[in-house]
Design a protein around this ligand. Structure first.
Ligand code: AMP
Length: 216
């Protein structure tokens, strides 16, 4: 455990999710992916669920109000007491302020890990990404194919291609990131809590660098 709130920040496809999962395992703290939580909520046929589905399929951001409630509910669960990893939150200045307040209330430091990567590499990563529908393992048809096409190596679950990883939506998601989320990096850099890592290197190397930065 590291008793911190670790925020993974970076464009969609930078490898935040992969790193967040490994960090969670290594430090025995939960990985909280707002995208996963929202996708789960969107599967329910409620009014909110249907609204979320439409917004997410378009690649736009879900409202700060919905996110505030999601993050408040999830981070006050008992498994978050020793710290947690946020993957995909905060994404706007308002969400960053909500997080600051939350962190103060929980008595925890926030550390930001910014995973940096070029736009070209992102397009290949996103359009090639496939996720196991059962265990959530992430593959890529170009860089990390499964042994059996369409089937997870770990649990034999069926692989899915996220609706918002299709080429047309990826552009909108990257624009949302550049306009709304990237400015947060500057903000956290100014207050001195940012660790920048080059996300184009092998997963294990990136992981080692992040751990070293978090532990000092
Ligand atoms: P992700 O899996 O993190 O790429 O998130 C998938 C989609 O969920 C995003 O394109 C947004 O529509 C929505 N989403 C996830 N996290 C947030 C957030 N912090 N703020 C607003 N929308 C979010």
């Amino acid at each position: 455990m590291i008793d911190k709130i670790v925020v993974m920040i970076g464009p969609p496809g930078a490898g935040k999710g992969t790193q967040a999962r490994q960090l969670a395992e290594h430090y025995h703290i939960p990985q909280i992916s707002t995208g996963d939580i929202l996708r789960e909520m969107a599967r329910l046929e409620t009014k909110l669920g249907l609204e979320l589905k439409t917004i997410m399929a378009s690649g736009e951001l879900v409202s700060d109000e919905v996110l505030a409630s999601v993050i408040q509910t999830r981070t006050t669960q008992p498994d978050c007491i020793g710290g947690y990893i946020l993957d995909g939150y905060p994404r706007t200045p308002s969400q960053a302020r909500t997080l600051e307040k939350l962190a103060r209330g929980q008595g925890k430091d926030v550390r930001l890990v910014s995973v940096e990567i070029s736009r070209d590499a992102l397009m290949r990563r996103l359009t090639g990404r496939r996720t196991c529908s059962k265990c959530g393992e992430i593959y890529n048809i170009y860089f990390r194919p499964t042994r059996q096409e369409g089937q997870c190596d770990l649990c034999s679950g069926e692989l899915t291609h996220r609706a918002d990883d299709k080429e047309e939506t990826v552009g909108t998601r990257l624009t949302a990131y550049e306009q709304k989320t990237a400015p947060l990096i500057q903000y956290f850099r100014e207050i001195g809590r940012l660790v920048g890592v080059n996300g184009e290197r092998p997963v294990a190397e990136v992981f080692t660098e992040i751990c070293a930065a978090l532990e000092n």
